[in-house]
Design a protein around this ligand. Sequence first.
Ligand code: NI
Length: 178
Amino acid sequence: MTVRGIHLLGSPVLREAGPPVGVVDDEVRQFVADLFETMAAAHGVGLAANQVGVARRIAVVDAEGERFAMINPRIVEASGKDTAEEGCLSIPEYFAEVTRPERVILEALDEHGVRFRRELAGLPARAVQHEIDHLDGILFLDHLSLLKRQRLLAKWKKEHAGDTSYVLPPQTAEAGSS
Ligand code: NI
């Protein structure tokens, strides 16, 4: 398993909608293992392929005991409404309230290519929706009002003006701090 570098806001791959996975093979399983490792090192509750620079429909979630990979995921049912603070490993240290459906039914393939359905609520449901957004090139800030989004982007641009790369170097699980 390899901890991969995480792409930050501004990296074009975060705006790409990846193609579905055709065959779930060993290469895909290796990639899933890397996503889990990278998510754990960054102390995230979810991570999508785009965030490690690969536009393909694969993501992982680890939220409140719900830990799974989802390949070619889709929401088949959504209900309720919930507003909560959301962040993103690709936009570190930025948070905003986002309103989403509170409960979802997810359908996806697991890392063995087996189709599964999962009913989720609360944080795991939010994480799944956030990660599927990533696979479509959508970021949580796209759900904000224009004014809030512009404010966030202006702050980000100012703080990252000197950045020479869109990719955060890989962290080790031991070195992770927050
Ligand atoms: Ni994210």
